[in-house]
Design a protein around this ligand. Sequence first.
Ligand SMILES: *[C@@H]1O[C@H](CO)[C@@H](O)[C@H](O)[C@H]1NC(C)=O
Ligand SMILES: *[C@@H]1O[C@H](CO)[C@@H](O)[C@H](O)[C@H]1NC(C)=O
Ligand SMILES: *[C@@H]1O[C@H](CO)[C@@H](O)[C@H](O)[C@H]1NC(C)=O
Ligand SMILES: *[C@@H]1O[C@H](CO)[C@@H](O)[C@H](O)[C@H]1NC(C)=O
Ligand SMILES: *[C@@H]1O[C@H](CO)[C@@H](O)[C@H](O)[C@H]1NC(C)=O
Ligand SMILES: *[C@@H]1O[C@H](CO)[C@@H](O)[C@H](O)[C@H]1NC(C)=O
Ligand SMILES: *[C@@H]1O[C@H](CO)[C@@H](O)[C@H](O)[C@H]1NC(C)=O
Ligand SMILES: *[C@@H]1O[C@H](CO)[C@@H](O)[C@H](O)[C@H]1NC(C)=O
Length: 826
Amino acid sequence: MRRLSPCPFVLLLLCAPFFFTSSSLSTASDTLTPDSPLADGDTIVSANGTFVLGFFAPNPNSNNRYIGIWYNKVSVVTYVWVANRNDPLPDLTGTLSLTANGTLVITANDSTVVVWSSSGSSTTANPVAQILDNGNFVVKDAKDDSLQFFALQSVDHPTDTLLPGMKLGWNLTSGLNRNLTACASLTDPSSGPYTLSLDIKGDPQMFLWSGSTHTWRSGPWNGERLNGMPIMNTYRMYFKGQFVQNQDEVYLTYVLKDPSMLTRVIVNQIGSAQRLVWLDQPKQWKLFWYAPEDQCDDVSPCGPMGVCNLDDSPICQCVQGFVPKNPTNWVLRDGTGGCIRKTPLDCRNGTDGFVLVSEAKLPDTSSSTVDMSLSLEQCRAKCLGNCSCTGYANAYVNGTGCIIWTTQLTDLRVWASGGQDLYVRVAAADLSPMTKQSHHSGTAATIIAIPVVLGTILLLISIACFVRKTRRKKRVKISKSAHNYQEADGKDLELPLFDLTTIVAATDNFSASNKLGEGGFGPVFMGTLEDGQKIAVKRLEKTSGQGGTEFRNEMELIAKLQHRNLVRLLGCCVHGEEKMLIYEYMPNKSLDVFLFDRTKCALLDWQTRYEVIMGIARGLLYLHQDSRFRIIHRDLKASNILLDKEMNPKISDFGIARIFGEDETQANTRKVVGTYGYMSPEYAMDGVFSIKSDVFSFGVLVLEIISGKKNRGVFFANPDLNLLGHAWSLWKEGTRLDLIDESVSPRYSANEALRCIKVGLLCVQEQPEDRPAMSSVVLMLGSASALLPEPKQPGFGFISTKGPFECSSPTAYSVNEMSVTMCEGR
Ligand SMILES: *[C@@H]1O[C@H](CO)[C@@H](O)[C@H](O)[C@H]1NC(C)=O
Ligand SMILES: *[C@@H]1O[C@H](CO)[C@@H](O)[C@H](O)[C@H]1NC(C)=O
Ligand SMILES: *[C@@H]1O[C@H](CO)[C@@H](O)[C@H](O)[C@H]1NC(C)=O
Ligand SMILES: *[C@@H]1O[C@H](CO)[C@@H](O)[C@H](O)[C@H]1NC(C)=O
Ligand SMILES: *[C@@H]1O[C@H](CO)[C@@H](O)[C@H](O)[C@H]1NC(C)=O
Ligand SMILES: *[C@@H]1O[C@H](CO)[C@@H](O)[C@H](O)[C@H]1NC(C)=O
Ligand SMILES: *[C@@H]1O[C@H](CO)[C@@H](O)[C@H](O)[C@H]1NC(C)=O
Ligand SMILES: *[C@@H]1O[C@H](CO)[C@@H](O)[C@H](O)[C@H]1NC(C)=O
C-alpha cells in the first residue's frame, strides 16, 4: 500500500518551537537588505503573516541545514520551498545574505565559504529580498513597489510544491522549465527521482516522471480542465485550473475561489502527485486528489489501440475494429501489447470511417497536431484526407478545435462520465452498420455536429437565463412575498385550459378501468384525447381540505418547470369545485411498480437502474438549484418517479413542494407532510425541512433502487434494521456489494455500484449538514468512489416502533406508501 504522506517533514515538529521562538524574537520584517543578512535562527515573515523564510534542519540526526519557506500559521510544519535543496549547509552556523548586485548567497563559517548562490543573471542597482504573501521570495529593486519586476523569484525555481498562482510550465523565450521535483525522503529535501512537469510537445500535457519513464499523464487542456482529470469539475468550486499558451509562455496554474484557503499541489517522495488542503479542524492536511490513482492511470496499460476501462473485466478492451495483438497475454491480463486492426485501412478508396469512443481520456497527444480553427466536421475531413491519420477529436469540450493523431493511439481510457468523444479511424468493413450507413449518406458529421450545436445553444440559453435571473432577483422577491394562492386562478398562467367535457370524454367519465392509481391528493386516470394523444389526469379529491391550496401550488410550480427528468404538465382543468391537472402519459407507470415486484424487477438491469439514479439526481438538482425558484419536493419516493417509454425517470407530484426564497435555506413547518421511510430525521421529528431533507429521501431511493427493497416493511437478518441500517451494516462489514438486488447480479459494474451505495449512504447521514448538496451528488456519481468522503451512520437506521412517530399511529399509513399528513410539529 502506498503511503500518502506529504513530502514536508512532519518529523520536524520537534524543531518547530525553536523556529517559532526565533521568529517572535526578530522584528516582524519581510525583507532582507545587503546590510542585514539573515543569521541562522532568524526568520522573515510575509506582510500578512502567511509565510516564513528561514533556516531549518529537516533531519534531527544530521547537521544539514537549509533555507526554506514554510507556512507560518499551519501547526504541522510544512515547507513549500527550499533554496539549497542539493547544497545543504553542513554545520551549525550560516548566513543568508544579499550581495550588492542582487545575488543571494548562503555562507558558512563567518562568510568564508559560499555553499549556495542564486543563479540568474539579471542584476539590480538597489536590491532587496522580500518574502511575499503568496509565498514568493523575490529580489527586486528597493524603489520599485509594483511587485511586478523581479530580478529573481523563488516561484521560477519550484521545489516540490505548487502554490496558488504559481506556474507549472515554460517560458519559451528564456527556456525556463518550471517543474516540481519530489524530495528524496521525508528528512532529505534533495531532489528525488519523481518530477511533475509540463510537456509541450504536440498538445501540451502534464507528465509525472519516475527517472526517465512516465508514470502518469494528465491529458491535454480541453478548454475547461485537463482532459485526464475529470475531478477538476469538482475542483471548480474551490480551485480553478488555468492553462495559458502564447508565444512567450505555456503553463498551467490554479487560482482559489476563497483566497484564505491553504492548498498546495505536490509530488511526494514516493512519486504521488497530490493536492492537499489544510483544514483548521482537525488541523490536518487532507488529501483531495492524487495520481496515479488506479490501474488505468498507469501509462498505457492496454497498449496501442487498447482502451482501459475499470468497469470492464479484464480492464483492457480493444477499440471496435481491432483485436488483441497477443491474445494469450491479453487473456492473462497483460494488455500492454495492445490491439491490431481486423481490416487494414483502405485510404485510396476513401471508404474508411470512424468509430466513436465516448467519455474518453484522449490518447497521448505528444505527437498530435492541433488546429483551433477547424470544426469537428472539418477535422473529420482533414483526417480522412491524410492517409496516416488514425483518429481525431475536438480540442475543446465546448466543440471547438481539432486534434489529429497520425500515430498509434496509446494510453486511451474511458470513464462512465467526464471524458471526451474520440473518433478512431477504421476500415469500412469494421464500421458498425449504422455508422457505415451514415457515412455513406454523408450525414455522419451532421449527426455529430447536432449535439454540439444543441449543447452550445443550451449553454447560451442557460447563461441567458442566469443573467436574467440575476437581474430579476429583486422583482422575483417582491412577487414572491406577495405570493397569494387566492390570486392563482389559472387565468394568468400560460397553460392550456382543458374543459371538463373533453376530460370526461377522454377518461370515459373517470371510469374505474382507466384509473392508474392514487396520488397524494387524489386519483389519477389515464385518458385519450380525440386526436389519440394519451394523457394522465390527476383529479383533486373534492373532500380534501388542504387539497385546493396544494393543487394550485403544484399547478403554478409545474407550469414553470421544464426538465427532462420532471414530468411535464400539459394543462389544467378548473370547473367549479372540480380541479384537475393534465400530464403527459407515462406508459411505464412508476418506479415502485418495477422495483418492488419480484418478476418485473428483472426488467431493470443495472444500466437502467444507474441511469434512473442519474436522472432523478439531475431532476432534483434542477428543482433545488437550477430552476427559477429553489424548490423542495418534500415527498420524493419510488411511486413519485414515473418512467417514460425509454425508462427515463421523471419526478412527479410537486403538490407539496415549497417555493423557497433565495436567502432561505430551511424553514419550519407546522404540518409535516411526507412518506414514512423517506423522511429525514429532522423533518419527521422537528418539522424542519431543507433541501437536505430531499437529499435524504434521494439517498433512500438510491439504496432502494440498488437493492430492490423497500426501506420500510422489509425485514433483514437483523429484524431491528431497516434498509438504511442494513446497508450501513454491510458497508461497515465490508460486504458492501451484498446490497445489490440479486436480479441484477452478476451483470453490473462493481465500481458504479460501490459509488452509488456510497453516495446513497452519504445522502442519508443523520446530520443534514453532513449530507452533500445535489450538485455534489451529481458530480460524485460521476467520479471515482475512493475520492468520496466516508459516510457516517445514517439517520433512522433502526426500526423504532415508537420513537419519532409517537404521536401518530404508524400502522395507519405504512400499508400503502401513501403520502401522509402527520401530527403537528412545533
Ligand atoms: C566550518 O568550520 C568547521 C571547523 O572550523 C569545519 O569542520 C567545517 O567543515 C567548515 N564548514 C565548511 C562548509 O567549510
Ligand atoms: C555579484 O557579486 C558576486 C560577488 O559579490 C559575484 O560573485 C557575482 O558574479 C556577481 N554577479 C553578477 C551577476 O554580477
Ligand atoms: C520570459 O523570459 C524572458 C527572457 O528572460 C523575459 O524577458 C520575459 O519577461 C519572460 N516572460 C515572462 C512572462 O516572465
Ligand atoms: C525539470 O526542470 C529542470 C530545471 O528546469 C530541468 O533540468 C529538468 O529537465 C526538468 N525535468 C523534466 C522532467 O521536465
Ligand atoms: C470554447 O472555449 C474557448 C475557450 O474557453 C473559447 O475561446 C471559445 O470561444 C469557445 N467556443 C464556443 C463555441 O463556445
Ligand atoms: C495573505 O495574502 C495572500 C495573498 O494576497 C492572501 O491570499 C491571503 O488570504 C492573506 N492571508 C491573510 C491571513 O490575510
Ligand atoms: C476499393 O474497394 C473495392 C470494393 O471494396 C475493392 O474491391 C478494391 O480492391 C479497393 N481498391 C483498393 C485499391 O484497395
Ligand atoms: C499527414 O499529417 C502529418 C502530421 O500532421 C503530416 O506530417 C503529413 O505531412 C500529412 N500528410 C499529408 C499527405 O497531408
